[in-house]
Design a protein around this ligand. Sequence first.
Ligand SMILES: *Cc1c(COP(=O)(O)O)cnc(C)c1O
Length: 400
Amino acid sequence: MTSALLPTYARYDLAFEKGEGAWLTAVGGQRYLDFGGGIAVASLGYSHPHLVEALTEQAKKLWHTSNLFQIPEGERLAQRLVEKSFADFVFFTNSGAEAMELAIKMARKYQAASGHPEKYRIITFEGAFHGRTLATIAAGGNKKYLEGFGPPVDGFDQVPFGDHEALKKAIGPQTGAILIEPIQGEGGIRPVPPQCLKGLRQLCDEHGLLLVFDEVQTGVGRTGKLFAHEWAGVTPDIMAVAKGIGGGFPLGACLATKEAGKGMIAGTHGTTYGGNPLAMAVGNAVLDVVLAEGFLEHVCAMGARLRQKLGAVQERHAGIIEQVRGEGLMVGLKLVPNNGEFAAAARAEHLLVIPAGDNVVRLLPPLIIGEAEVDEAAKRLDAACARMEAALKESTGVKA
Ligand SMILES: *Cc1c(COP(=O)(O)O)cnc(C)c1O
């Protein structure tokens, strides 16, 4: 079939027409268990009654006004996020990359407003992903994403993941901030150990740098805490979130302390859509559920059960799964065979998982899943492993 969509995605030959909970129904009627969650976005699953009601009620009243006017639902959502985090201020965006763009701009502006305009450089980590805008591809440093798009935006110094000496050496007179995902998502569910996040905080404090966390994928309950950095007991100065915060509605946010945001006065940044009444109604509805008593404990319990079941799958199929890693319901399977082929084998079992870097597939299910869905996913992954083993046997058989 020819498509009028710009072919930047190699899409699977699969389309869905409806969803409920963790289940998607394809055009044609087959049901799939979704452990990709639209890439960590469908945090409350599909057709969650509270979200549907919030969206439709707001849709009948008012969609958009622009940020020239007061938006009471946005004031409320920002206030709630501030109360539950390190932050004093929130700026709403429509995506993760936009939240990251502001995080980068704000870090630079902070240094400029502190009398150090030369400290515009930001240290980032190999394997990082921060979005697809010009600045965020430079921050992420993935050559595939930079190729052919002209000189990368200046101001990012990348160091190897986990190389403390390289990190210390990279701090120079122009360094203004360190940017990191508490768990690399796209990079292959690579967690940063809590003591390393603590070390980064210390390093930033020693050198007058801002610590910026990209929690676009890890935030809003994904790891069993509202924000993943809470596991390490440290706080950033600036944080970007998106994905799960809108439960499927395009919404992002940049959170900051008063000090880090001190340069961002009226006129320094803007957005036409960001934080409009429709988005704010949904964002508040998502928080209603995520902040409800017992919700994050549920995520922790389901995450523990999932990793336990996956451990058993790994034992049965050690030639397929090399490692199970992650936190809460952000889980990576490091594979021996190709991760794209494994994701296809899982799709054949009507289970959706998402390939990532480091030959990993990501499991990012809706946070509302129950034991039955966890067990079903493990069963289907077991079957996917068996498919891979059969395929490998066949291919080696052909060679011999
Ligand atoms: C997805 C993602 C982004 C980019 O978000 P978009 O909404 O696609 O712009 C940035 N950082 C991280 C860690 C992400 O996972």
